[in-house]
Design a protein around this ligand. Structure first.
Ligand SMILES: [Zn+2]
Ligand SMILES: [Zn+2]
Length: 375
């Protein structure tokens, strides 16, 4: 019986390793000074040790509990020598037993039993401390021991869903951010190249501009294409037959767009009338591109690019409105500058009631009409 009891108590005592470094004097002091050795439970000496040590620790650390708390227990006399001997025995045994064995429960239980209170520290670490009736176990699920996981499968599924959703959202955000960054980088590059080219004309150009009170446009010959007296008109071609011509058109168009000035492009390959008026104005069979500003002939690609390099190009646009719609194509022609003739559906031919066909009078040779919105 005693051995059984002792074994039971040993179990309880195992977690109390610090007992090993408790000094003999301290134990004795406690016994003598507090006088509660007499008050402890009789038979199991070790039982007396447990609460005693616990109590002392608690008193030292928390200075809350009074050791005399246990006074109401059955008083007994404990032989100090016995106590010490058992202590040593216990230490030896402790060395033999697996030290790493987790055995927190009994300690907490001992504490709770002793003080009759649940302290915060021990709460949750051992369910023994609270009566079962106090635990709300209605929401607990009995774990299925055959299952691969002890978690609620519904909970796991919900968690997986949440993780997937989170990954999907963050992936979308990442993609959107990359796209946005790319767009911004492109815009920055475009603006930088625009500034490099135009925002700061060479010093020489600025000096010319400042020194010259006369409008620099007056230095160019007066050759006004139809409707071009107060605007910018660029004759171009969209035919790629002659590569140089096509590329020259593109470079002047790019310059004008980078200035954001309002200009009208007349594609001679789309509209013979444009070619004819160009040849007439310049008095010769010239090739595009040809640029006119405010009724004056600036030149072809070579002249324009040279002016631009000298910083004498931008000043020519004084008084020309900014194209607020630049970058957003015309609603009428989508930037094409022509629309299909609605009269002949682009065939440039109309069939009369008597069966005779004739040329459509509304459109050009290609069955197109110049866009009424943007040109
Ligand atoms: Zn248009
Ligand atoms: Zn037509």
């Amino acid at each position: 019986m005693k051995g059984m009891l002792k074994g039971k108590m040993m179990k309880k005592l195992k977690p109390i390793k610090p007992i090993g470094y408790l000094k003999e004097t301290r134990v004795l002091q406690v016994n003598a000074a507090d006088g509660f050795i007499e008050t402890f439970i009789r038979k199991p000496i070790l039982k007396a040790q447990t609460p005693e040590v616990m109590l002392c620790k608690e008193v030292e650390q928390e200075k809350v509990k009074d050791c005399s708390f246990v006074v109401n227990q059955e008083p007994d006399v404990i032989d100090v020598n016995d106590l010490m001997r058992d202590l040593e025995e216990e230490e030896e045994e402790d060395m033999e037993v697996d030290d790493d064995k987790e055995n927190v429960g009994p300690v907490v239980k001992a504490r709770v039993d002793l003080f009759g209170v649940k302290d915060k520290e021990s709460k949750g670490s051992n369910s023994n401390q609270s009566p079962l009736s106090e635990i709300d176990n209605s929401s607990f699920r009995r774990p299925d021991l055959n299952s691969g996981s002890l978690f609620d499968p519904n909970l796991l599924a919900a968690f997986e869903e949440a993780v997937k959703e989170h990954m999907r959202v963050s992936e979308e955000e990442r993609r959107a951010r990359i796209e946005k960054e790319n767009l911004e980088r492109m815009r920055e590059e475009a603006e930088r190249s625009f500034e490099d080219q135009e925002e700061e004309p060479p010093l020489k150009a600025r000096r010319i501009e400042e020194d010259d009170d006369i409008d620099p446009i007056l230095g160019f010959p007066e050759m006004c294409p139809p409707g071009g007296s107060g605007s910018v008109i660029l004759y171009t071609t969209s035919l790629r037959g002659i590569r140089k011509t096509f590329e020259d058109c593109n470079s002047i168009r790019f310059l004008l767009e980078s200035f954001r000035v309002l200009y009208f492009e007349r594609d001679v390959s789309m509209h013979m009338e444009f070619k004819e008026e160009l040849w007439k104005v310049l008095d010769g069979r010239v090739n595009p591109p040809r640029l006119f500003i405010k009724g004056r002939y600036i030149g072809g690609a070579g002249e324009v690019l040279a002016l631009h390099e000298q910083g004498r190009f931008r000043v020519l646009f004084e008084g020309i409105p900014i194209d607020i719609f630049i970058g957003s194509p015309c609603e009428g022609c989508a930037g094409f500058r022509f629309v299909l003739c609605s009269h002949c559906n682009g065939s440039h031919k109309v069939v009369a009631e008597n069966g005779l066909s004739s040329t459509c009078q509304d459109c050009n040779e290609n069955g197109l009409i110049i866009c009424p919105l943007c040109c």
